[in-house]
Design a protein around this ligand. Structure first.
Ligand code: 5GP
Length: 126
C-alpha cells in the first residue's frame, strides 16, 4: 500500500506503459533500477525524466517501500544520466513532484532533470 494520499499504484499509468514498451519514448538510459527518457513537453533545453523500474506512486512510497538496493541504484542512475547528458559541468536541477499540492500528474515516482541553460529562480509560487 502506498503511504501517500495518492491512490494505489495504477499499472495503466503512462510511465508503466513506457516501461513495458507499450508506448514509445526517447530513451537515454536503462539499467537494473531505472529508465530515463526525454520529457514529451520539455520545460528546458534538456528535460529528462528518470523513473524507477518498480511500481511506486510517489517519492514517499518509494522511500518507504523500495529496497535499499533499489533506492541506491535509482539515485545513482539520476546522477549518471545527468553526467551522460553533459550537464555535470554547467550544472542542472532535479525536481520531483509529490502529490496534489505539487501538481504531480503521473502517478509513477519520477525525477525531472533540467539543464542546458541558466535555470533562473528555483521555484515560483503564485
Ligand atoms: P509530473 O507533473 O507528474 O511531475 O510530471 C509528469 C511529466 O511527464 C510532465 O513533464 C509531462 O510532460 C511528462 N509526460 C506526460 N506524458 C508523457 C509521455 O507520454 N511521454 C513522455 N516522454 N513524457 C510524458
Amino acid at each position: 500500500m502506498p503511504v501517500t494520499g495518492l491512490p494505489p499504484y495504477d499499472p495503466a499509468n503512462i510511465f508503466a506503459r513506457i516501461l513495458r514498451r507499450e508506448i514509445p519514448a526517447k530513451l537515454v538510459h536503462e539499467d537494473d533500477f531505472a529508465l530515463a527518457f526525454h520529457d514529451i513537453n520539455p520545460q528546458a533545453p534538456v528535460h529528462v525524466l528518470v523513473i524507477p523500474k518498480g511500481a511506486y506512486v510517489s517519492q514517499a512510497d518509494f522511500a518507504s517501500q523500495a529496497s535499499d538496493a533499489e533506492i541506491a541504484g535509482f539515485w545513482r542512475a539520476v546522477a549518471t544520466v545527468a553526467k551522460a547528458l553533459g550537464l555535470e559541468a554547467p550544472g542542472y536541477r532535479t525536481l520531483s513532484n509529490m502529490g496534489r499540492d505539487a501538481g504531480q500528474e503521473v502517478p509513477h515516482f519520477h525525477v525531472h532533470i533540467f539543464g542546458g541553460k541558466p535555470l533562473g529562480r528555483m521555484v515560483v509560487v503564485d
